[in-house]
Each structure stands twice: as structure tokens, then as C-alpha cells.
Design a protein around this ligand. Structure first.
Ligand code: G16
Length: 544
């Protein structure tokens, strides 16, 4: 195979965000744009001679073309073996699973997650390291620095690889192995959950299920595991064929974008469990019949009940949540006598805690839940966890959550997003708030007195690394909170996220409307931040 070293000029905008580099497809299709980023990763990795890398993506537009480029560049950079999911597909948690199981050096995951796909939409790429998790900030910062000075990249003249045939091919020094995208992941799930019990309940009809794959990557995984292995009736998985443009939809599993499922679950014909996953399969939304489980509650319920499931019978070492996620998990941890860590937003921050065996389970408000089985959040895993729980407890989803609130109290929780805000205006909103933080403690607004207000700073308890500017939080004396931050995953303008939380111990008050309960905090946040005037929007674009 002939190896070519091509000259290139740097792009200055290749800074990875919360989870890898995400941009419009058209940006990625610019000359050498993808090549520059991939070579920057190889340059930071150093010697990859003979090493194993995993490759796969969520199947969105440009996935296949990008994979062929990365295969040629891997060969030119001396990679020993590439493991690639059939069809170029691997869900993000499955990629993490394959990296770990096959002791790979790392892997490239091609996805812009929950962002829409298609020629005018989004594409993304991220590198995961040996533990199967997203590369830490030190690595992504080094890649960014490299991308700003890159002058050459290496590419091999390898023929196009048939991504749709399982088997081995040679691309110069690199063996390219096309693997079943689902198998390793499905094996792992079988070890964590009581497949026999779930299967009996599904076949007997004592549990009914609808899983919305949103035309994205989890279709093949859900069909194989839920329908073929566990015996859920055919049709339990809807929108199960991955499409390059996700059927024109927005593959984000929340009440707004997963509306087909949400409508079914709110109808009289609702099955017992409704669930959806996102573009790359790492997010999940859980619903019961006419009942929505907030992601913050979901991780708390899972932690409180983990001991009932085969993979977690030994108990939990500790748990973790991202800072804006509600404190429902902290209450469970306290009752169990285990540590609960508070990390910045971004799954990468859980990796060290999992590797150091400080935690077993973790979750985020952004529809992410996971455990030490892989180093990514895992959508289908969460669905199987809930299925197993419903089968063991023989209760509905709503009953399980209400019982949980009765025991621990309820954290009313909501996130308001203002999407597509002019970047300067969005930064102005955060700057305005930042300037007020020092004066807020001790001030009273209606029913709320500020206990403290700060710009969240994280010191990793494992390696001591420091992450600054991770969101502004205003914490009140009654434990309520308002958190403000800018999203790190958008590709157009800025997204201002405002998170609200109010704790209610009294079970008599657990049945109220969330937005109504949070109204005073919402009004306060809007007035302190001037978000409406400065964004020019009279309401949030998405409320979850
Ligand atoms: C990514 C990260 C998550 C994060 C989410 C939202 O998820 O892995 O840890 O919570 O983005 O981040 P932001 O609030 O900055 O937009 P995904 O599913 O997009 O890969």
C-alpha cells in the first residue's frame, strides 16, 4: 500500500466540546477538515504501530465516507488492527464495550449524538481511550492544540473496504475486521440483568413495552435484545431502522422530540414501560403509563434498587452525578452510607471515578445513566434496568417512583433551554450573572434566601486535575437550586441552559405540576439573568 504524506493548513475551530468535535456536515466535508482532526489525534496518541483501534458510528449522513478516510489514515499511521461494526455502525456504549472487551488501545466514534443528521445537519467525531471512555480534557486539549499547527497528514492508498460483510480485510499493515455490531454488547447485557425473568414477563404479557429507537442506532440493538432474545412482541421496537437523517427527526429522547412515544404513553393504550434512546444510543428516556420519569429521578431509583439485579447484587461502591443533575441521588447515597460525587457536565468526568472504583453507578439530567459495565452512558442498559426492576418489583413505573419519593422526598426538577442564541448575547447573560454571584449570599427573594452562589470548579479526586467555569449555581437555604450554563454540544449559536430544583419532603405535596411548583424560581432566574431580553426569546425553546 502506498502511503502519501499530504500538506494541509490548520483549521482553527477544532476544539472538542462536551463530547468530541461536533459541527455541521458541510464543515466536516471541507477539504482536509476531517483528515486534520484525525491526524491530530494520531499525533497526540504517538506510536500506534500494531495497536488495535475500534471504529464505528451512529450511521448518520457522512458516516461511511468518514470511516473510509479514517481506515486509510489508520493504515498510513501503522495501526495493527481495526475493529469496525458491520455497516460502519456501533452505538456509543457498544463501542465502549468493544474497546474494553478486546483490550483495544482506543477508538473513534462518529456521532453528533442527539443532534439531527443529513447533508445540512450535524456530524461529529470523538476519540475514546483504553478504558473505553471519552478522552479526558488533557487529551482533547492536546488534540486541539495540535490541530492549530498541523501541516501534514498521512493517508494510505487502500481500496474501499466493504463495511457490510463480516470478515477480515487487509489495508496495508492494518487488518480491518468487520464485526457484528451487537454481539459483544448483547453478551454483556445478559450478564448484568435477569434475562430469564424479563423474558417470562414479556412473553406472558405481564410487562408490555414500547421502545422508540428514533430511526437511530439503537434499532438493531433493541430489536436483537428486546424482541429476539427477550421475546417482546414484534413491533415493541418502533422506528427501528437507522436512517442517515433519522427520518428527518431530532434523535433526542425527551418529551418534545420523542413525541410519538410520549403521545402513546399518555394515551389510554399505553404499555407499562415506554423508552427511547438517542442518535448514538447513549441517552435514554423512561416513561410509565401516563407517567414521565425525570432522568435525575431515574438514576436515584436505579441506585436505590440496584441490589435487586444480578449485576449489582454486591452493592454499590459509590455514585456520581453531574452538578446540574438533581440531588435525588445524594439522598439515596446518604441513606445507603456511600459517597456521592458531584462532577461537571460531561460523561468523561465519571471515567476516573469508575476506574478508581470509587463509584458503580452514575447519571446526568441530560437523559444519561450508566454504570461501571462500560465507560459511556448507556441508553439500552437503562431500559433493561427498568424492565428488570418492574419484573422484580411487580409494580408499575409510576408506583416505583412514587414509593421512592415517599421514602426519600421528591426533587421537583426542570431544565429550560434557550437554543440558537447569539453567542455574544449568551456570553453576556452568563457574565451578568457571574458579576452578581459575590453579592447574592444572604439576599432573600420571596420564599428563597441565597445560601451560596458560585462558578462551579471541579477538582478530580483521583488525579487532582482542575476544571474551571463549569456552570453558575445559586443555592438557597432550603436546598433549592438554580444553575446556569452554556451547552457544549450545540453547533449553531449558543444554547443557554437553566436548571431548577426544589426539594419537597411532604408526600401530600408530591402530586403537583412541576412548572407550577418551580414558578417562583423560574421567574427569579429570568429576572437575574435577563435571559428573555438578551436572547430576544419570550420563552425557552425546550423545557424538559
Ligand atoms: C453529552 C455528554 C453529556 C452531557 C450532554 C449535554 O452527551 O456526554 O455528559 O450531559 O452532552 O451536554 P451540554 O449540556 O454541554 O449540551 P451526548 O449524549 O450529547 O453525547
Amino acid at each position: 500500500m502506498q502511503i502519501e504524506t499530504r500538506n494541509t493548513t490548520p483549521y482553527l475551530d477544532q476544539k472538542p466540546g462536551t463530547s468530541g468535535l461536533r459541527k455541521k456536515v458541510k464543515i466536516f466535508m471541507q477539504e482536509n477538515y476531517l483528515e486534520n482532526f484525525v491526524q491530530s489525534v494520531f499525533d497526540v496518541l504517538g506510536d500506534v504501530q500494531g495497536k488495535v483501534l475500534v471504529l464505528g458510528g451512529d450511521g448518520r449522513y457522512f458516516n461511511r465516507e468518514a470511516l473510509q478516510i479514517i481506515i486509510k489514515m489508520s493504515a498510513a499511521n501503522g495501526v495493527g488492527r481495526l475493529l469496525i461494526g458491520k455497516g460502519g455502525l456501533l452505538s456509543t456504549p457498544a463501542a465502549s464495550c468493544v474497546i474494553r472487551k478486546h483490550h483495544a488501545h482506543g477508538g473513534f466514534i462518529l456521532s453528533a449524538s442527539h443532534n439531527p443528521g443529513g447533508p445540512d445537519e450535524d456530524f461529529g467525531i470523538k476519540y475514546n481511550v483504553t478504558n473505553g471512555g471519552p478522552a479526558p480534557e488533557s487529551f482533547t486539549n492536546a488534540v486541539y492544540a495540535r490541530s492549530r499547527e498541523i501541516s501534514q497528514y498521512r493517508i494510505g492508498a487502500a481500496p474501499l473496504i466493504d463495511l457490510d460483510s463480516i470478515g477480515e480485510f487487509q489495508a496495508g499493515p492494518t487488518t480491518v475486521q468487520i464485526i457484528d455490531a451487537v454481539e459483544d454488547y448483547a453478551d454483556l447485557m445478559e450478564h448484568l440483568f435477569d434475562f430469564k425473568l424479563i423474558s417470562q414477563a414479556l412473553k406472558a404479557g405481564s410487562i408490555t413495552l414500547c421502545f422508540d429507537a428514533m430511526h437511530a442506532i439503537t434499532g438493531p440493538y433493541a430489536k436483537r435484545i428486546l424482541e429476539e432474545q427477550l421475546g417482546a412482541p414484534h413491533g415493541s421496537v418502533i422506528n427501528g431502522i437507522p436512517k442517515e437523517d433519522f427520518g428527518g427527526g431530532h434523535p433526542d429522547p425527551n418529551l418534545v422530540y420523542a413525541h410519538e412515544l410520549a403521545e402513546l404513553m399518555m394515551s389510554p393504550n399505553a404499555p407499562m414501560l415506554g423508552a427511547a434512546s438517542d442518535g448514538d444510543g447513549d441517552r435514554n428516556m423512561i416513561m410509565g403509563a401516563r407517567f414521565f420519569v425525570t432522568p435525575s429521578d431515574s438514576v436515584a431509583v436505579l441506585a436505590a434498587n440496584a441490589h435487586l439485579l444480578p449485576g449489582y447484587r454486591g452493592g454499590l461502591r459509590g455514585v456520581a452525578r453531574s452538578m446540574p443533575t438533581s440531588q435525588a441521588l445524594d439522598r439515596v447515597a446518604k441513606a445507603m452510607g456511600i459517597d456521592c460525587y458531584e462532577t461537571p457536565t460531561g460523561w468523561k468526568f465519571f471515567g476516573n471515578l469508575l476506574d478508581a472504583k470509587k463509584i458503580t453507578l452514575c447519571g446526568e439530567e441530560s437523559f444519561g445513566t450508566g454504570s461501571d459495565h462500560v465507560r459511556e452512558k448507556d441508553g439500552l442498559w437503562a431500559v433493561l434496568f427498568w424492565l428488570n426492576l418492574v419484573a422484580v418489583k411487580k409494580q408499575s413505573v409510576a408506583e416505583i417512583v412514587r414509593e421512592h419519593w415517599k421514602k426519600f422526598g421528591r426533587d421537583y426538577y426542570s431544565r429550560h433551554d434557550y437554543e440558537g442564541v447569539d453567542s455574544t448575547a449568551a456570553e453576556g447573560i452568563l457574565a451578568l450573572l457571574n458579576g452578581q454571584l459575590a453579592e447574592l449570599p444572604g439576599k432573600t427573594f420571596g420564599h428563597y434566601t441565597v445560601e451560596f452562589a458560585d462558578n462551579f470548579r471541579y477538582v478530580d479526586p483521583v488525579d487532582g486535575s482542575v476544571s474551571e467555569n463549569q456552570g453558575l449555581r445559586i443555592v438557597f437555604t432550603n436546598g433549592s437550586r438554580i444553575v446556569f450554563r452554556l451547552s457544549g454540544t450545540g453547533t449553531q449559536g449558543a444554547t443557554v441552559r437553566i436548571y431548577f430544583e426544589l426539594y419537597e419532603r411532604d408526600p401530600q405535596k408530591h402530586g403537583q405540576d412541576t412548572q407550577a411548583v418551580l414558578k417562583e424560581l423560574i421567574d427569579l432566574a429570568e429576572s437575574l439573568s435577563e435571559v428573555k431580553q438578551r436572547s430576544g426569546m419570550d420563552k425557552p425553546t425546550v423545557i424538559t
